[in-house]
Design a protein around this ligand. Structure first.
Ligand code: 0K2
Ligand code: SF4
Length: 443
């Protein structure tokens, strides 16, 4: 059976037996293998990660593998949009892509107390079908993804592992990205929240977000071998904090309460530093001497919002002093500029990054402030097919802690929904590189 739309034809195939599918799970095909001798013998399934995400959100476990398929089947009434078979199994091929893109689903038996995998499979197939067909443009922001500070931090952990062997302890997430952390964990890094979890004398890496002097002192007391992955641009803010405090100023730190970078910077001169998050906070601030006030900022804030807070501070304290430009770093600024340039032409913006990543969250908010729907996704599996229905132009970027490969994976998955034209829009070229700390510099 076929379902023809102006943007492509969906051929529905009969799903064969993939072998054992566990109870409560749905098999999502990585590829369809034709058993009827028709060409091509194998059909790739680029949207498999997207479909798997739909299933997981519906409570079904997912297993992956090939799916045998036979000749076009009769899985729905003639003329109707193809639906999954009554048992939830479905296989289909979308012909507007080159090569054709497949999808295949086979639910396992019902698990006691769990959701019905057949229902989940039917819903996932319907979601894929609703989003499949149209040619999409992906507007790719550049710069995006890893910054120099993140590259350096990840390399520091990799080198520490190579030189000292596992385990290498890392205080907090080395950068705020679940994939980066899981990858390093699988290679022997052990992430801890507190130094008390690190055995005496062991190697510990401080994360890219920096630490307070109190944490450094604790590491020295416990005889830990410290490798510091604090980004040099965060270290610069710590240096400013000490300088401003030493000259007798009240130091106003603009940032988000509870963020690790803020905790570290606050710790440089805790008795002289106050945290301010909004223009209202700034307007209400009381200090011992209004003529002696300096400000600093977290490195990963929104440039436009921070300017408003600085303006409010300056209105309150006309003698306010601060860095020549805010401490928002080059990478944060560049990713925001690049996003602004694509968001205005996009129907939907996807930002690849983790939910605790400040700079990634700021990108989502920036797009939304400009009127474009935007979502933060850890990876392809977080993308909801209903966001894509009707989105002819998808803006795509990634926060500074999100690996570039995840962006490529999103583009590949979108290719399983229809033809994709990728246009990169580069607003500036980054050449910043930081040297490694001496502790790990030897090859
Ligand atoms: O944006 P955040 O400060 O939350 O941090 P990440 O997502 O880890 O990005 C890298 C920046 C680290 C230091 O500034
Ligand atoms: Fe350094 Fe900026 Fe990257 Fe943070 S976002 S690690 S401050 S370059």
């Amino acid at each position: 059976m076929t379902d023809t739309s102006p943007n492509g034809t969906v051929h529905v195939l009969a799903a064969g037996d993939p072998g054992h599918v566990p109870a409560g799970a749905v098999l999502v095909a990585d590829r369809l293998v034709r058993t009827d001798g028709a060409a091509p013998a194998e059909i790739p399934c680029p949207a498999a990660d997207l479909v798997a995400g739909e299933l997981r959100r519906r409570g079904a476990a997912v297993v992956r593998g090939p799916l045998p398929v036979a000749a076009p089947g009769a899985l729905g009434p003639p003329g109707a949009a193809p639906a999954a078979a009554p048992d939830g199994a479905a296989a289909a091929v979308l012909t507007c892509t080159a090569p054709p893109a497949g999808i295949g689903l086979v639910p396992g038996p019902l698990a006691a107390g769990g959701p019905d995998p057949a229902d989940a499979a039917r819903a996932a197939f319907a979601a894929w079908r609703a989003a499949a067909g149209p040619t999409r443009t992906v507007l790719l922001a550049a710069p995006r993804s890893f910054c120099a500070g993140v590259e350096r931090a990840v390399e520091i952990v990799e080198r520490a592992l190579a030189q000292r062997g596992s385990p290498v302890y890392v205080r907090k997430q080395i950068v705020h990205n679940t994939h980066v952390v899981a990858d390093l964990e699988s290679r022997g890094a052990v992430f801890v929240d507190e130094l008390s979890a690190v055995p005496e004398g062991a190697t510990v890496v401080f994360s890219a977000h920096g630490v307070s002097p109190a944490v450094r002192a604790e590491a020295a007391d416990r005889d830990l071998r410290v490798v510091d992955a604090t980004c040099p641009l965060v270290t610069k803010v710590h240096t400013e904090a000490r300088r401003y405090a030493d000259r007798g100023d009240t130091v106003v730190l603009i940032g988000h309460a509870g963020h690790e970078e803020v905790e570290g910077t606050l710790g440089e001169a805790p008795e002289r530093t106050v945290l301010v998050e909004t223009p209202a906070d700034a307007a209400a601030l009381e200090v011992p001497d209004p003529r002696r006030v300096s400000y600093l900022t977290q490195t990963t804030l929104a440039v436009d919002e921070t300017a408003e807070v600085v303006d409010a501070l300056r209105a309150r304290f006309p003698d306010l002093r601060g860095p020549a430009s805010a401490d928002i770093c080059y990478a944060t600024t560049n990713r925001q500029d690049a996003l602004r340039s694509i968001a205005e032409d996009a129907d939907l913006v996807l930002v690849v990054g983790s939910h605790n990543s400040s700079n990634s969250q700021r990108l989502v908010e920036l797009a939304r402030r400009g009127g474009t729907p935007a979502h933060l996704v850890d990876d392809t599996g977080d993308i909801r097919a209903d966001w894509l229905a009707g989105a002819a132009t998808v803006g795509l970027t990634a926060g500074a802690s999100a690996p570039p490969g995840l962006v490529e994976a999103v583009i590949t998955a979108l290719g399983g929904l229809g033809r994709v034209a990728v246009r990169e829009r580069e607003t500036t070229r980054e050449t910043v590189r930081f040297t490694l700390p001496s502790a790990v510099r030897r090859p």
